[in-house]
Design a protein around this ligand. Sequence first.
Ligand SMILES: [Zn+2]
Length: 191
Amino acid sequence: MGVKEQMISILRSGEAHRISFSFSGSTGATVSVNARSFARVADALADGSVRVIEGRFPNDIAMYSSAADTPNGFEANTFYLGNNPRYSRFFNALICHESVHASFDLTRSTLPWIDNEAAAYIAQAYYARNSGLPRTSFEYGSHSIIAYSVVEGMRANNTSDISFFLGELRNSLNADPMYHSYIAGQFIGDG
Ligand SMILES: [Zn+2]
């Protein structure tokens, strides 16, 4: 299976389609992710309006580029993969993370990057939870394990846990040097 077909099958899986949540973003606006978010990205991969390029990074990361960034060699509407362990639930969860960014792009959504990243990490943890990975399969103190606690709060309808761990996730993202250049800015989806 080519990677594009693999990503489409991940995004159309039951585990992805059972990801459904919304939360109050940093500006008070509701941020929502659901089955339609992943179906939309699967359709865009299938019809070629979103592309995927393999082997762009030497390590186990991935990214979605919404707009062309010529100086850094990134094209618009394109997923870039690294050296990823391709057949694992962690990879599938990572694809769900990046697809949240792609979905907000396709819906031409404008939202703070902090909310976009928080939604992506929650979706990643939600996929992990849906596929049977326990919270402790993620590294202690990582964004993913904090996001998993948000998901557990959502599943239990525990409002105070959701708000506590969402705050922790935002703090953790704001403090991460990897996100420093843009986390305080706005994401502007352009389709
Ligand atoms: Zn992200």
